[in-house]
Design a protein around this ligand. Structure first.
Ligand code: NAD
Length: 290
């Protein structure tokens, strides 16, 4: 396929390189000077998008997605697929999909989980919203960039699935970290705590697969000085999107709201910026009862 790829950052660059390595023709654009392997770099987003079968975007937020979409939708060829893999607010995803549909395009929102490691290895999970017709075109690309894709319904539902997942993740990571910090102060060693909880009703992905305590459980960012991984500020972003969405549809999300407050404090005042989101454990450990 002839693919345009806009947003070649930490995630986009390896995703674009994987598509090129699989034999697709990839023309990329980013505001920053980047050269992913096998990707021809265009001078503008419009040049990267014109006359492509599929245009993929992997951008920081909804406002930037809307701006890029306004630039590329008018130059895309009729019937092409606009595939946004960024994590953005549901409203922006639905607005862009509507503009694309009105221009004779098919739009899919397909945010990912799996982080930079998953983008490099081609093992991302895609949560997909939008017209099932677009899926037939996008599926072979999902299969190269990832190992799983789930169609979640109409436009915006991929983003809805992503923020619901990450709201659970943020809250369970905090719960796991506060339990380790409490166990430390109660004199319960971390290995015993892991051995019990990982096989008891407190188990979760945060504990079992991404243990925030160094030297315990499988390899995780905790074993690498809490270098991300999944950065705390990205968790803060996703919890903010979940909180905005909850407000918009009048949903009560008390744990999500509390997780947002705690990650905000951690990132803005607790030294969390630039660290993995599991560095919540050493942060909570330094704090006393409140
Ligand atoms: P990043 O900041 O590394 O990359 C974003 C890229 O977009 C940058 O290279 C930037 O120069 C480019 N960009 C910004 N404005 C642009 C414009 N107008 N035109 C062209 N390029 C522009 O971010 P990332 O880590 O690659 O994340 C991308 C998206 O994926 C975000 O929405 C993020 O929330 C989501 N995500 C990231 C991770 C992760 O672990 N990094 C995991 C899951 C989802």
């Amino acid at each position: 396929m002839d693919i345009g790829f806009i947003g070649l950052g930490n995630m986009g660059a390896p995703m674009a390189a994987n598509l090129a390595a699989a034999g697709h023709t990839v023309t990329g654009y980013d505001m920053a000077p980047v050269t992913p392997k096998g990707v021809r770099i265009a001078a503008s987003a419009a040049e990267a998008a014109a006359a492509r079968d599929v245009v993929i975007t992997m951008l920081p937020n909804g406002a930037i997605l809307r701006a890029v979409a306004a630039e590329v939708i008018p130059v895309m060829q009729h019937g092409a697929v606009l595939l946004d893999c960024s994590t953005v607010d549901v409203g922006s995803a639905r607005a862009v999909a509507e503009q694309a549909r009105a221009a004779g395009l098919t739009a899919l929102d397909a945010p990912v989980s799996g982080g930079i490691g998953g983008a490099v290895a081609g093992t991302l999970t895609f949560m997909v919203g939008g017209d099932p017709l677009g899926l037939a075109t996008a599926q072979p690309l999902f299969d190269i960039m990832g190992q799983k894709s789930v169609h979640c319904g109409p436009a915006g539902n991929g983003q809805a699935a992503k923020i619901c997942n990450n709201m659970i993740l943020g809250a369970t990571m905090i719960a796991t970290c506060e339990a380790f910090a409490l166990a430390d102060k109660l004199g319960l060693d971390r290995q015993s705590m892991f051995d019990v909880v990982s096989t008891s009703s407190g188990y979760s992905w945060s504990l079992n697969a991404y243990c925030p305590a160094p030297g315990i459980g499988p390899q995780s960012p905790a074993d690498n000085g809490y270098a991300p991984g999944f950065a705390a500020e990205l968790m803060l972003k996703d919890l903010g999107l979940a909180a905005d969405a909850a407000k918009h549809v009048d949903a009560d999300t008390p744990m999500g709201a509390r997780a947002l407050d705690i990650y905000r404090q951690f990132v803005e005042q607790g030294g969390g910026k630039g660290r993995d989101f599991s560095a919540m454990l050493p942060y909570l450990k330094t704090r006393g009862h409140s």
